[in-house]
Design a protein around this ligand. Structure first.
Ligand code: F6P
Length: 358
């Protein structure tokens, strides 16, 4: 048995742990393991794979990033391609990918990725590849999964950062607006906002109004609390407003960012208080994974190999109600897991007085 492992899309803490567990579990069964370099990007080069052995995955559980490299522009159906006239376009090279897999005798692929990678996996499944998926993204927005690898570390980093910003907000009597990642879902903002005792949390699932935030600030001022901590998800919008973007496309997706600055300026105008904005950005994706992320990544990686052993292909290994299980990759195509407005976590936020901007 020969298997390949791919890490696609944005990196997340825990990827290396998943690679290590999948590799060791496969080697234990006497299989050969090949890593795809740079998220399918190497498939069209002379050296598409790096052979993984015990030595290559030694000591990597605690390392951030991915030893294989990754790419947001690695979609084989729309691979960046320089045309004869020098301009750039995209090209469908998925058939070449299938041929390379055939040439090397790869029997199955472990695709570690987020929603974009799972959509690519769905399309490759239709072309005949045997795939097992592992859910990865700090955004925690993959449908059908209670948790994705990387999320726990991201909220830990965000919580720690917001804690630190809170002390300086209080000293200076300022409004501090902290922008966190998460794309179109508010998981990172909600979880880190609650854990760091933020006063206002703005998430894409609840379009906000400035009046509601100003009311909260005034309420705090009246109690002698002359600072306010506002956590905003990068994908949050004002009621009837648009998502703030950098106007740049990365692969197939637009780069989000800039909402914190906008909110900070508007709140200053409306309250007369000094404000500052902080964008946590890629800090949330870097560095060593938390204990939880190491463990869940190792569990996902090893579970993917058991799935292949059972010839149970085209499944995503997921955690549901604290049990590892498998769901069809194609069943999550085009879906996203948003924050449930009825969840107890959301009720907790409201019960402890967090303003959600509505
Ligand atoms: O999907 C993970 C994520 O970190 C998002 O939260 C964020 O919008 C995006 O990736 C950033 O991507 P890039 O690394 O291309 O800037």
């Amino acid at each position: 048995m020969k298997i390949a492992i791919n890490t696609g899309g944005g990196d997340a803490p825990g990827l290396n742990a998943a690679i290590r567990a999948a590799t060791l579990a496969a080697l234990k069964r006497g299989w050969e393991v090949y890593g795809i370099k740079n998220g399918y990007g190497s498939i069209y080069t002379d050296e598409p794979f790096v052979k993984l052995d015990e030595d290559k995955v030694r000591g990597i559980t605690l390392q951030g990033g991915t030893i294989l490299g990754t790419a947001n522009k690695g979609n084989p159906f729309e691979m960046p391609h320089q045309k004869d006239d020098g301009s750039w376009g995209t090209k469908d090279v998925s058939d070449q990918l299938i041929e390379t897999f055939d040439d090397y005798g790869i029997d199955a692929l472990v695709a570690i990725g987020g929603d974009g990678s799972m959509n690519i996996a769905s399309r490759l499944i239709h072309k005949g590849l045997n795939i097992v998926g592992v859910p990865k993204t700090i955004d925690n927005d993959i449908f059908g999964c209670d948790v994705t690898l990387g999320f726990d570390t991201a909220i830990d980093i965000a919580t720690g950062a917001i804690d630190r910003i809170t002390t300086t907000a209080e000293s200076h009597h300022r409004l501090m607006v902290v922008e966190v990642m998460g794309r179109y879902a508010g998981w990172i903002a909600l979880y880190s906002g609650i854990a760091s005792s933020a006063d206002v949390v703005l998430i894409p699932e609840i379009p906000f109004s400035y009046d509601s935030i100003v009311e909260k600030i005034k309420e705090r001022e009246a109690k002698g609390r002359h600072y306010t901590m506002i956590v905003v998800a990068e994908g949050a919008t004002e009621k009837d407003g648009d998502i703030v973007t950098k106007g740049k496309e990365v692969g197939q997706q637009v780069q989000l960012g800039g909402i914190a600055d906008r909110v900070a300026n508007e709140l200053s105008e409306r309250t007369g208080k000094e404000s500052r904005s902080v964008v946590l950005g890629h800090l949330q994706r870097g560095g060593s994974p938390s204990t939880y992320d190491r463990l869940i990544s190792l569990r996902f990686g090893a579970a993917a190999i058991r799935c292949i052993q059972d010839n149970d292909f085209n499944k995503l290994v997921v955690l549901q109600d604290n049990e590892l299980t498998r769901i069809p990759i194609t069943s999550i195509e085009g879906k996203m897991k948003s924050v449930s407005l009825e969840s107890d976590t959301m009720q907790t936020a409201r019960d402890i007085g967090i303003c959600m901007g509505d």
